[in-house]
Ligand binder design. Structure first.
Ligand code: ATP
Length: 393
């Protein structure tokens, strides 16, 4: 319940102040939506783009699944009755936060982009299963409804009966299978082949960290080796909008693990040892500046190896380039690492500071959390030995 309340869909629906459309975690998605509707006689479809729209999956008064798109600025919502067999999903790029839903034989398409990939996958799975399990025999001409259906209700969470009604190949597995654009035949995707891995669930303490990230506050979380810091970071990356999220780490190897880049490559200020003015100039180069401006969520893994002075320099550069006075120029920081592991790399006789000793650390980090449950080993004696070594005992 806590996770559902913290979900983007839940928050988005609350902000609409529409108590009857508060979705559970999977039924609402905040993203950019382009609606393309073919016009009779016209060569190009009519296209309408809505940024920051809320996409809801619900049912109308006939209990048929409906996809509703609520744009900003008080524009009327668009609702599409999902016409059973004519619905097609294009999910090849779901991992990059993009997908398309062709809503009926008329060819109208709802294109979703800049979605948190994990939320998008869950939404598509729910849509696929609910449409499959819903009443068969679609209305003859599925259409864009002119008026909101009087009885739009957010669709219920997946229940056992939905799974039982769905074809066997859709029942298990969290991974949405892919339908390539232009594919013919029934809209249902090909079965996922190969051994099915059990779905991985976050532990309660990992879930609490994810909730804190979703609250929008800047967070540092730590934990000894094997507590699932990198595992959780991947989940965090998957829960944030791709266009404004930058996953970085102090080293290339750590960056690879979370599918990101190094913090130095992102920042574009070299070692950061030049004067602040020079660093700002470097960060304002084309190609670097765009990243600084687009970034809303900056993830930094293996923070123990980032020098405190470099962190202070980044913080000052962020405020200057983004022209915002808030700490780190208003970027949400999601920082992870274990200060009892590797320290910052430095030359002989060079003085270094850990990041938590940086002047700007306290004003930048709002929440500190610790993961305590070791997930890599189950042998308790070995885990306590490792813990003693970590603490230098
Ligand atoms: N919730 C979970 N469910 C299943 N497996 C998990 C979970 N959390 C972590 N793991 C597994 O535990 C192992 C250790 O996780 P991970 O490498 O993320 O730890 P870490 O804290 O980053 O370790 P290190 O500090 O050594 O890099 C991995 O094999 C990971 O897949």
């Amino acid at each position: 319940m806590r996770a559902a309340m913290a979900s983007p869909g839940y928050a988005a629906a609350r902000s609409l102040a529409m108590p009857h459309v508060i979705p559970h975690e999977d039924a609402g998605l905040r993203c950019t939506v382009a609606v393309e509707q073919p016009l009779p006689g016209a060569q190009a479809p009519r296209r309408r783009v809505m940024r920051g729209a809320l996409v809801l999956l619900g049912r109308n008064e006939l209990r048929r699944p409906v996809l509703r798109v609520v744009g900003g600025g008080g524009a009327p919502a668009l609702s599409f009755a999902l016409a059973g067999d004519a619905v097609r999903l294009f999910t090849r790029f779901a991992g990059e936060g993009r997908a398309a839903v062709r809503v009926g034989p008329g060819g109208a398409q709802v294109l979703l982009s800049d979605c948190p990939p994990d939320a998008l996958r869950r939404f598509l799975r729910l849509l696929r299963l609910k449409v499959t399990a819903g009443p068969r025999g679609a209305p003859r001409s599925p259409r864009l409804l002119e008026r909101l259906p009087p009885a739009f209700a957010v669709i219920s969470p997946l229940q056992e009966r939905d799974l039982l009604r769905a074809p066997g190949r859709l029942r298990g597995g969290e991974r949405p299978a892919e339908v390539s654009p232009g594919a013919t035949g029934p809209w249902l995707p090909a079965p996922v082949t190969g051994p099915r891995r059990p779905p991985t669930r976050l532990s309660a303490e990992q879930e609490a960290v994810l909730d804190a990230v979703r609250s929008g506050k800047s967070i540092f979380f730590t934990g000894c080796a094997g507590t699932g810091k990198s595992f959780l970071l991947k989940k965090i990356v998957g829960s944030l909008p791709p266009k404004s999220t930058y996953a970085t780490a102090s080293t290339g190897v750590a960056a690879c693990h979370i599918g990101g880049t190094t913090l130095h490559a992102f920042a574009g200020i070299g070692s950061g040892k030049a004067s602040l003015e020079q660093c700002i100039q470097l960060a304002e180069r084309p190609g670097v500046r765009q990243h600084w401006l687009a970034c809303q969520h900056l993830i930094i893994d293996e923070i123990s190896m980032v020098d405190g002075k470099f962190f202070d320099r980044l913080e000052a550069v962020a405020r200057a380039v983004r022209k915002r006075d808030e700490p780190f120029g208003g970027i949400q920081l999601i920082i992870c690492g274990d200060f009892l592991q590797l320290p910052p790399v430095c030359k002989a006789n060079e003085e270094t500071k850990f990041c938590f000793q940086a002047k700007s650390w306290r004003k930048c980090i709002h929440i500190n959390m610790e993961l305590t449950e070791v997930r890599r080993q189950t042998d308790k004696t070995f885990v306590s030995l490792l813990s003693a070594v970590r603490l230098g005992r």
